[in-house]
Design a protein around this ligand. Structure first.
Ligand code: IFM
Length: 475
């Protein structure tokens, strides 16, 4: 159903934010005691990222954070979601914190608050300290225990001034792309380790949430951000429905099962039984993971369309998660991914705001009463400045309008969505794709690091200032 084009008005307390993550924007990777994370190692390994690009400098936010906060304030944003670099505050992933590392985040938070911008801190956005990967990484239980210690350190440092907390960002990517297809750091391709990693990420979430609460004021909200997929079957044939169910378990149920319901889906355990016996799920783990949440973060870009294949598939999948000979979907070697029809962004991802509405309504049913935030949504385009130095990105404006209208429609339909964080505030390091995929509302000239708000930033600013979506020009 096309989204409405007439004025769309949001509730007065709605958060209008933008999101980023540490490795994608900070740079300064060797400063103030920071040690390498798995993304430093991965991006410096030949052949792992486009053109060998790294986050060494990124957009130098570590030194330019004051300007970046001023930019957000100029745009009228009232919320900002960023992540903390674990390697900056606890360089070996264990032991005492480095105060100078924490001080950077204290200064950033103070700057945000001084400009009336509500910070939301993500503790883990994929950048595990390399020493912890050397000790086995997320497939090892100890990594979850280390995460709890780190969560407590950051909670103690910032809990007095930050109310909104997110334990993990998109644990699916950490586990399934990091240890399954290997297109993300640490680049391992081990199906059984993928599922072990998923469990220990879940455990880290539960332990981390509890650690945060032990040191923070009770008013603070603890959440997790899931890139839950909207998985659609190609047909209503039983085999295609079963294929969609399998991918739904691997994309969604593996995380929301234990987090929201205290159990892994039986169908997931059955489908992966050839690969793992799940014996690393110890007594008490599911209770730990099933810690009550104060909110749920949903990240949405595009839906998935799948069908059953008549035979076992090998080689790259067209599932939108990068090219690898290794599937990120353990136990689903007979599921085919299809390109959904419609216009696509520069990532090749089909634009479908109805998927965001569907996702929000699903979690409204899956977690009744839990406030929801859209913690990421946005689009990459091949943006370039015009002769006048301005960057016009009408496609991004249309994307944002369509998706925000879908959010509003979900609110009308009974969903409790409290805020929206555009991905991303500014162009940045798009992981294995390097710097060519520009997701920012603010254009970054990578030669000078100069920031220029795109026309979408001004459009979004209008929405943030008024709570009403500005009209979209149609060609
Ligand atoms: O850039 C990423 C972000 O780090 C996590 N979610 C998806 C974005 C776009 O790919």
């Amino acid at each position: 159903m096309p989204e409405p084009v007439t004025p769309v008005t949001f509730p007065p307390a709605f958060l209008w934010g933008a999101a980023t993550s540490a490795y994608q924007i900070e740079g300064a990777v060797r400063e103030d005691g920071r040690t390498p994370s798995i993304w430093d190692t991965f991006s410096h390994t030949p052949g792992k990222t486009a053109g060998g690009q790294t986050g060494d400098v990124a957009v130098d936010h570590y030194h330019r954070y004051r300007d970046d906060v001023a930019l957000m304030a100029d745009l009228g944003l009232n919320a900002y979601r960023f992540s903390v670099s674990w390697s900056r505050v606890q360089p070996t992933g264990r032991g005492p914190a480095v105060q100078v590392g924490l001080d950077f985040y204290r200064r950033l938070v103070d700057e945000l608050l001084a400009h009336g911008i509500k910070p939301a801190v993500t503790l883990y956005h994929w950048d595990l300290p390399q020493e912890l990967e050397d000790a086995g990484g997320w497939p090892e239980r100890d990594t979850a225990l280390r995460f709890a210690e780190y969560a407590q350190i950051v909670g103690e440092a910032l809990g007095d001034r930050v109310e909104n907390w997110i334990t993990l960002n998109e644990p699916w990517c950490s586990a399934f792309l990091g240890y399954g297809s290997g297109v993300h750091a640490p680049g391992r391709t081990e199906p059984a380790a993928t599922l072990r990693a998923a469990h220990h990420l879940n455990l880290a979430h539960g332990l981390g949430a509890t650690a945060l609460r032990s040191v923070m004021p009770a008013r603070n909200q603890v959440a997790v951000s899931l890139n839950s997929s909207v998985v659609r079957p190609l047909s209503q044939e039983p085999a295609d429905l079963a294929a969609a169910r399998r991918i739904d378990d691997l994309a969604n149920g593996v995380f929301h099962g234990p987090m929201l319901h205290g159990a892994y889906p039986e169908s997931l355990l059955a489908a992966t039984a050839q690969l793992t016996d799940w014996s690393y799920v110890r007594d008490g783990d599911l209770d730990t993971i099933h810690v009550p949440l104060d909110a749920l973060g949903l990240n949405y870009y595009t839906p998935a369309l799948v069908s059953a294949a008549s035979e076992r598939l090998t080689g790259p999948r067209a599932d939108g998660h990068g090219a690898s000979e290794h599937s990120p979907w353990p136990g689903a070697d007979d599921v085919l991914f299809h390109q959904t029809p419609g216009e696509r962004t520069e990532m090749g991802w089909t634009i479908d705001p109805s998927g965001l509405h569907e996702l929000i309504m699903r979690y409204t049913r899956e977690a009744p009463g839990l406030p929801l935030y859209i913690t990421e949504n946005g689009a990459a385009y091949d943006d370039k400045p015009d002769a006048d130095g301005q960057v016009h990105d009408p496609e991004r404006i249309a994307y944002l309008h369509g998706h925000l209208a879908a959010v509003r429609r979900a609110i009308t339909d009974g969903a409790d969505v409290r805020g929206y964080y555009l991905w991303s505030l500014m162009d940045n390091f798009e992981w294995a794709y390097g710097y060519d995929k520009r997701f920012g509302a603010v254009y970054v000239d990578y030669a000078t690091l100069e920031r220029t708000p795109k026309s979408s930033a001004r459009w979004y600013s209008g929405a943030a200032r008024t709570g009403v979506l500005p009209a979209v020009e149609t060609a």
